[in-house]
Design a protein. Structure first.
Length: 342
């Protein structure tokens, strides 16, 4: 996944591949407790293998927003690790400062009419732009609210509907924000208490309806069990709230993974009751405190992880790729990445 000049046309061609069906969901969980690591977990639910690989980007890479002129231009301030879709789009990642970003589906999103006089940013680069440029959520939110660019979507060729996602961001202090667009207007939900993100409805309606989910459930009322966005939001909120204190970061990671498993979607085939099926094809956990990125693919029995502090992110360092088709990957894989010419 290179955003260098000679590859930019390919990114736009494959935009429709990334969002072949806009109804596929995901879940993000931010887990913070006093004196413990700040962790964020993410599930990727999709109808097929999206050929995800992991990439390492150094500082100093020049990008543009991949839209018709004018297109926003920037040079990456921070290096990052990312998980790709079809090696063409950034879906999830963390930068060297412990700042993370994730895109999740949000039906009904409306980015507004494209203003040809305003700098554009392709929706496929939204997460990467934030990883490249910001260290804290506060900094990112302030920049976004200055209205420097316009998000430009693409049309899904299957549904003829525009691609619709929202962005979740987090930092090592445990701060959180969710950015959504309705009627062409950006809405930023910025609060450390906003730890769970799924899909529809919009975040304000989700919070209004469920008061952050967990208050409605206990011995007198069972948790909902479906894979719908609302039910996953409630279960993720409830189970995260009652996770036990951990004696180590490793234990905290596995505790969070246990909640991700609860909101994951099992493999399945279509039926009259479910005409579309999405399966959790991978899960990630970013340790924002210690800058370690954990990843588990449905294709592998083993968890892998990357220690960002062991990597060279200085400008001029090589772009690195980890081919996840290797079935032997296990444990610490920081040294398994291969340099890609650029």
């Amino acid at each position: 996944m290179l955003f260098l000049k000679y590859q930019r046309p390919m990114l736009l061609i494959t935009a429709s591949l990334f969002f072949m069906n806009i109804c596929y969901p995901c879940t993000r969980i931010l887990y913070t407790k006093p004196n413990q690591a700040v962790l964020v977990g993410n599930t990727m639910d999709w109808h097929e293998d999206m050929r995800t690989n992991l990439w390492i980007y150094p500082q100093g890479l020049t990008h543009n927003g991949m839209t018709s002129a004018p297109s926003i231009q920037w040079t990456s301030k921070y290096g990052s690790i990312i998980a790709t879709a079809y090696d063409k789009a950034t879906t999830n990642g963390m930068n060297e400062r412990g700042f993370a970003a994730h895109i999740l589906n949000l039906p009904g999103t409306d980015y507004g009419i494209h203003n040809n006089n305003k700098a554009g940013l392709s929706i496929l680069l939204w997460a990467q732009f934030f990883l490249d440029n910001f260290e804290t959520v506060e900094e990112a939110v302030h920049y976004h609210e200055q209205d420097h660019f316009q998000i430009v979507s693409h049309t899904d060729p299957t549904t003829q509907q525009p691609i619709a996602v929202h962005l979740a961001i987090e930092d090592a202090s445990g701060d959180s924000a969710i950015i959504e667009y309705t009627d062409g207007i950006a809405h930023v939900f910025h609060n450390k208490e906003y730890t769970i993100v799924t899909n529809e409805p919009t975040y304000d309606k989700m919070l209004e309806k469920f008061d952050n989910g967990a208050n409605f459930y206990g011995e007198s009322k069972q948790l909902p069990g479906s894979t719908s966005s609302i039910d996953r939001f409630i279960r993720a909120t409830f189970y995260t709230k009652y996770l036990p204190d951990s004696t180590s970061t490793t234990e905290a990671v596995f505790n969070l993974l246990s909640v991700l498993e609860n909101v994951s979607q099992p493999a399945g085939t279509t039926s009259p009751e479910r005409t579309t099926i999405s399966t959790t094809i991978w899960k990630s956990v970013s340790d924002l405190s210690h800058r370690v990125y954990y990843f588990h693919s449905f294709q592998h029995l083993n968890m892998i992880w990357v220690s960002l502090d062991k990597l060279n992110f200085q400008a001029g360092a090589p772009i690195l790729k980890l081919d996840l088709t290797n079935p032997e990957l296990s444990g610490e894989v920081t040294n398994e990445f291969k340099a890609i010419a650029h």
